[in-house]
Design a protein around this ligand. Structure first.
Ligand code: TRP
Length: 342
């Protein structure tokens, strides 16, 4: 069976964008693939993390995986630092990837900001570690949002260069699984910015553990304008929002996209249903839907976070299984590279 690998960083404030853009989409893949879902704590520390909080945040992502419906008996749920193969293979990939490749990574430029001299060197080689995550298991299918596509292309380039340089057909080709249209959930306060864990305004995001009252308040306060909701005639032939239309009313399209994703319906059907409505009516419907879909998941997450013994056991079991899968791959890589082993 083909293998899926994906990861979520334990950096806190898991929000609707993480859920709709990533975690939710991991669930149905369990039926078709061998799945590994990782909490990428090694990636998280490329920017400063308070140690106590990092532990809590690792349990939070694990709880989100479980509450969303990932079955720890079928899929492997684990945290990256428990499996040394990730760091070991990443070192080898540091020696395969070229400086020029990493210099083109837009996420590094965004995250490093203006003062690049102060960025950690880990942040710079972040994509090499991501390639190691996937290739330590020879995974072929990687569900990610739009923003990770460049990193996946780099992972493909690394696999190809390794195979070429060592004259082997060892690493497989990686296919991105780009998920649904709601992979880009925008801020509730400013529809031109992505929903983000680091936005200073709590009202800009719905976090996965928000209760009904918080969800209702945030949707009520979401930025909108007095115009009525747009109709389906604005959409293009494939049912997508044309860029110009999105730029004109980013907040409206964001809320409609969230509705469609939460309801598991095509955007076009949702737009047709609310065409010409007042925002107040639509926001009420969105609140009811969001509370119905997210409420139980948030409640289950809280229950799991109150039971760290269970969560840690899931991670330990997943780590044991992941280690067993990665060990023969790493042994072969070491041999190919020419490392002597006992
Ligand atoms: N970089 C990814 C993100 O920030 C997380 C990640 C790390 C990942 N390793 C991965 C995703 C491997 C897919 C596969 O979203």
């Amino acid at each position: 069976m083909a293998r899926v690998f994906s990861g979520v960083q334990p950096t806190g404030n898991l929000h609707l964008g993480n859920y709709l853009g990533a975690i939710r989409n991991f669930v149905p893949l369990q039926d078709q693939y061998d799945c590994l879902y990782c909490v990428v704590d090694l990636h998280a520390i490329t920017v400063w993390q308070d140690p106590k909080q990092l532990k809590a945040q690792t349990r939070e992502v694990t709880a989100a995986y479980l509450a969303a419906g990932i079955d720890p008996k079928r899929a492997i749920i684990f945290n990256q630092s428990q499996v040394a193969a990730h760091a070991e293979l990443a070192w080898i990939f540091n020696c395969v990837a070229r400086l020029g490749w990493l210099n083109r990574m837009t996420q590094f430029k965004d995250k490093a900001g203006k003062d690049r001299e102060k960025a950690s060197t880990g942040l710079y080689v972040y994509p090499n570690l991501m390639a190691a995550d996937i290739l330590a298991y020879k995974a072929t299918h990687v569900p990610v949002g739009e923003d990770q596509k460049q990193h996946l292309e780099l992972a493909r380039d690394i696999a190809q260069k390794f195979n070429h340089d060592y004259g082997v057909a060892f690493f497989p080709e990686i296919q991105p699984l780009i998920l649904g249209s709601a992979t880009r959930v925008m801020s509730l306060r400013d529809g031109s910015k992505k929903m983000s864990k680091s936005d200073p305004s709590d009202a800009s995001r719905i976090v996965m553990t928000d209760g009904a009252d918080a969800i209702a308040a945030k949707i009520r306060k979401a930025t909108t304008n007095p115009n009525l909701l747009p109709g389906a005639e604005v959409l293009d032939e494939s049912g997508e929002v044309p860029d110009a239309a999105r730029a004109e009313r980013p907040e409206a399209w964001n809320l409609l996209g969230i509705y469609a994703a939460l309801d598991g319906r095509p955007l076009k059907a949702v737009v047709a249903e609310f065409a010409g409505s007042q925002f107040s009516r639509f926001k009420q419907a969105l609140t009811d839907l969001a509370v119905a879909k997210l409420g139980p998941i948030g409640a289950e997450m809280k229950r799991l976070m109150d039971d760290p013994g269970y969560v840690d056991q899931v991670l330990k079991d997943g780590g044991d299984r992941a280690r067993a899968l990665a060990a023969p791959v790493l042994a072969e890589v070491y041999d190919v590279v020419g490392f002597l082993r006992p």
